[in-house]
Every structure is written in structure tokens, then in C-alpha cells.
Design a protein around this ligand. Structure first.
Ligand SMILES: [Zn+2]
Length: 85
């Protein structure tokens, strides 16, 4: 079990229970898997944490890249997909 911390609420969870966001050069990859390397941030599968990560620019600060606005939509899609399972 690998513990990671949600950048929005600070709760520590197993990384399988968090959305992984990795910055790779100019790209930002969501749940890229173990072959994706780069600076990563983690978020809970919940809308509040996703929104807070953007509201307070935490994602940008953690990843040290500019975060495209559409990333928020992609994260919310990821959340929706995980709930459909
Ligand atoms: Zn959280």
C-alpha cells in the first residue's frame, strides 16, 4: 500500500483511491499509470477537492506547470467515470 496525500483536503489515502495528476513537460496526464514519470499531485475522487485544487491554484503550485482550464473538466469526467463503475 502506497499512501499519498490529497493536495486539496490533506487527507492521506491509498493512491488507488486518489486521482493522480502528473506533469510531463507541457502535458498534464490524469491517472497515467506507472510508466508516466513526472511531478505528481493527488486528489480525492470528490468534486469539492477537485474544485478546491483549482480555486486555490494548488494544482499549479504542486505541479509547477500552468494547468489548462479544460483539465478541471477532465478531472470531473474521471470522477464521473469512477462512479459509474
Ligand atoms: Zn481531498
Amino acid at each position: 500500500m502506497v499512501d499519498r496525500k490529497c493536495i486539496a483536503c490533506g487527507i492521506i489515502k491509498d493512491r488507488n483511491n486518489l486521482i493522480k495528476i502528473t506533469a510531463q513537460a507541457e502535458n498534464v496526464v490524469i491517472n497515467g499509470g506507472s510508466k508516466i514519470f513526472g511531478r505528481s499531485a493527488y486528489l480525492c475522487y470528490n468534486k469539492t477537492c477537485i474544485e478546491n485544487a483549482f480555486k486555490k491554484n494548488r494544482l499549479k503550485k504542486m505541479l509547477k506547470v500552468s494547468v489548462p482550464n479544460e483539465l478541471k473538466g477532465k478531472l470531473l469526467d474521471e470522477l464521473r467515470n469512477s462512479q459509474d463503475k
